[in-house]
Design a protein around this ligand. Structure first.
Ligand code: GDP
Length: 310
């Protein structure tokens, strides 16, 4: 049966990834979406999730719900990042399987790989070395999620697929300076600095770490593609195959926003992992690649921010 006609539950449909996935599914003609806000269904609550699956019996589940945040949030709320994510994914994966779903997509993260993994990082480097301490709580939960997908496939033949997206950005992102990731944080900082006429913008860390950024509409397109074309045990990295230093990213965002002043690097703030570039060979060989170029993607996100997020 085609995915268009299936009952599809998108968990986390108000988040950055989940909302983009809903847009992509709707564009593909999926009219039978099941959506719940966190107020309607607390995915950490096992009994509530059990009742929900018994009532709605989705055929396909996209698990895009998670407690997420940038380097500071991760480091400050270790219990939330570890416990909440373990609860959410265990409840949703188990409920999906037991109530007859035929497929599940689990969204992980590129921070699951070791801090000093070879670059770019192939899926095979999972669990080959110590994690980056600033986000190990989140990473350990996501690694458990991958293993849970593999365990359900192995023990019960459940078609649970794990995707590992790189750092995402786009419309609907969190632009809060304390809890957000670097790209939305810098968009806000440059925007506000320009509006106030400041002479400098503060960038955390040394500016030398390198990160890869994927527009969330590309991620959503990859999800739709893999939903229809992949049934494997192995996780699949989802990225662009290109990275950029934080210093270069700050300069690019400054240009897009039109900020004329200087950058100041606050080295009392953590750098995190030195480099985080995914090896996307598996995804390319499955027939998918990213399309949204970084400058265009940031410019579009900046327009969204000025229209919606202030
Ligand atoms: P990470 O990819 O898990 O390390 O998470 P982030 O996106 O939060 O941070 C990426 C890098 O950007 C780190 O080296 C941060 O120190 C750096 N960075 C520079 N300025 C900022 C900022 O204003 N906010 C955040 N979150 N990170 C920043």
């Amino acid at each position: 049966m085609s995915a268009q006609n299936a009952r599809i539950f998108v968990a986390g449909h108000r988040g950055l990834a989940g909302s983009a996935i809903v847009r992509r599914l709707q564009a593909a003609g999926c009219a039978n979406l099941i959506l719940r806000t966190s107020a309607e269904l607390d995915l950490r609550d096992q009994a509530a999730v059990e009742r929900f699956f018994a009532e709605t019996r989705p055929e396909i589940v996209v698990l895009a719900a998670a407690k997420v945040g940038g380097i500071l949030a991760n480091d400050s709320y270790p219990v939330d990042f570890l416990r909440d994510n373990l609860q959410i994914q265990t409840n949703v994966i188990d409920g999906s399987y037991r109530h007859g779903a035929r497929k599940l997509l689990f969204l992980g993260s590129s921070c699951i790989y070791p801090k000093f993994a070879p670059q770019p990082m192939p899926e095979s480097c999972l669990l080959t070395g110590p994690l980056e301490p600033t986000n190990e709580w989140y990473a350990v939960a996501k690694i458990a999620g991958i293993k849970l997908c593999q365990a359900y496939r192995r023990q019960y033949g459940f078609d649970a697929v794990a995707l590992m997206p790189t750092n995402l950005y786009g419309p609907g992102d969190n632009f809060d300076l304390q809890t957000s990731h670097v790209l939305p944080a810098l968009l806000r900082k440059f925007h506000e600095a320009k509006a106030r006429g400041d002479r400098e913008v503060v960038v955390w860390g040394t500016g030398t770490p390198r990160r890869e950024f994927l527009h969330v509409d590309d991620l959503a397109d990859a999800c739709w593609y893999l939903l229809n074309n992949y049934q494997g045990y192995e996780p699949v990295n989802v990225g662009t195959g290109q990275d950029i230093s934080i210093g270069e990213l700050a300069a690019l965002i400054g240009e897009i926003v039109g900020f004329q002043g200087e950058l100041r690097f606050d080295t009392s703030k953590p750098d995190g992992t030195p480099r985080k570039l995914l090896d996307v060979t598996r995804l390319s060989s499955l027939g998918w690649q990213a399309r949204i170029e970084l400058r265009a993607g940031i410019a579009a996100t900046y327009s969204w921010f000025t229209a919606n997020a202030r």
